[in-house]
Structures are given as structure tokens and as C-alpha cells.
Design a protein around this ligand. Sequence first.
Ligand code: ZN
Length: 310
Amino acid sequence: MQDTVLCRICGSDAVTFWRKRTLSRKLVPDDLRITDSRYGVTLELWRCKYCGFIQANGAEIEELFNLYSELDDPTYESGRETRRLQMQWLLKRALRIHSSAETLLDIGAGTGLMVIEAKAKNLRAVGIEPSHSLVTAGRAQNGLSGSELIQGTIPNSALNSHAFDLVCMIDVIEHVADPVTFLKDAAAALKPGGLCVVVTPDVSSAAAKILGERWWHFRLAHVGYFDAHSMDLAAQLAGLHIRQKFRAKWFFPIKYLAERIAVYFPPMSRLNQAVADRQVLDRLYQQTVPLNLHDSLVFFLTKSATLASN
Ligand SMILES: [Zn+2]
């Protein structure tokens, strides 16, 4: 029998087996690619009856940082436009709330796209990313310096205890083994009055329920699945509170959407091939459309007054 499983958010032992592991071998860095489209393949998942948090269990959870350090994702840049437009949108909304912000830290920065967008808004920005490969690519392709895109995670000595007006974690918290500690470390890097921006899939969304095991966010890289309730609790435990909560908007090239739909509806791949053969239609496929899939949440978190004064 295995040891008692405790909820990694609330610590409760009312955690029950939820889904069996669908990966038959040991987790390797390539399994964690952002561009992985093996939807529905996960580690063993358990669900907390108390707070609703769903977490992956397995020996690999302790090794995640090392696996991410070795991650190479050569197709990551193909989603650049989608990510860039979402970051512009998030930054605009965050600056509406915190218009005097001058500094930004992006945790899980990838190749540094948010850093570039923040610099374009005249913010002093730093990104932190565990993957050596993405950091090297980001510095080379995006012209970022070693102090603008740092390899590692938080807390990080390279930050010299600097605090930031905006601390972003965009589609990151679902990848970490200990979300509450991660949020505490993010809160420690946040200036008083600063805003922490968290984006994560919503496991209680209609899409998650309708698609069930085949929901696109069920993937090996995701080891923690939140909804509004469990995020609220995790934030509180980290000394943060939710100032604003809303659905994440995505910006997809039509081609990307068509390719994703083909995963669920194979005949679509024939249409995609036909389009690729016709230049005019291909141009349509390159257009980007804003979409709200209603299955991902944005949280604007601020430090709780009681803890901020400590
Ligand atoms: Zn719990």
C-alpha cells in the first residue's frame, strides 16, 4: 500500500484516487513540452474532497525542476503570435489596475515574450525560466541580456531580493509540485501594493466536464488542476487574496485552431491539407482570432493586508 496522500493545497488527507496513470514509462523532459498535444495522457491523479484540487502523484513530482531544466521545445516558437497577443492583453488589463507599475517579473518566462512586451510598455522586466534551452533561444532570438532572462526558478539569488510591481505566472502554477510555496515565493517578490497575475486552466469549467479525459489541459506537464475555489484557498494560504478573477482570452491563428480540432475530429485534417495546397485559403489560415474558451482563469492577486504588514 502506498503512503497516505495529502492535498498539496490544504493538507487534508481526504484525497481520493481520481484517474489512473496513462504513461507506461518514466517521465522524460520531452513529455513536458508546452507544445505537447497528447491530450488526456497524465500521471496518476488524486482529488481532494475538501478543496477540490486535483494533483498528480508519483516519484517524478520531486524531480520536476530538473526535468524542466533539460526541456527542449523546438516548436515552442510556433505559438509565438498566440502567446504574444495574450500577453499584450494581460499586461493591458494589469496596468489598468496598477497604472503606476514600473517593474515586472515573469516566472516561467519561456523565451521571454512577456519581458519583451513589458519592455515595450517601458517597464523594467525580468524573466525567469528553468529550461536552459528556452533561455538560450530567448536570449539569442529576442536580444535579451543574461540579467533580463535568468535560468532558474524562484526564489533566485540573481534577483538580489528585488521586489516587483507586477509578478506574472502565466500557465505555470499547474506545472509546479508545491503551489502554495510557489505562491508564497511569488508574494515575497511582490512589492506592497503590487499585483500578482496568475493564469491557469479551470478544471471545473464546462469544457473540462464535457471533454472529460480528453480535455486538452489533461497532459503530463500539468501536475496540479485548479478551479476558482482551490485557487482562492491556495492564495489565502500564501498570504494573497483575489482582487479580480476573469476568464482568459486566447488569440489563435485559424490554422492552429484547425489543427487542434483535427485532434478531436480527424476528417478536419483532410480539410487542413486541402487548405495548405491553396495559397489564398492559407492566408486566411494565418489570420488570428480572439477566443474565449471559458476553461482558463486569470487571477489578479494582491498581498493580504494582515500579512503585508508583517
Ligand atoms: Zn485540498
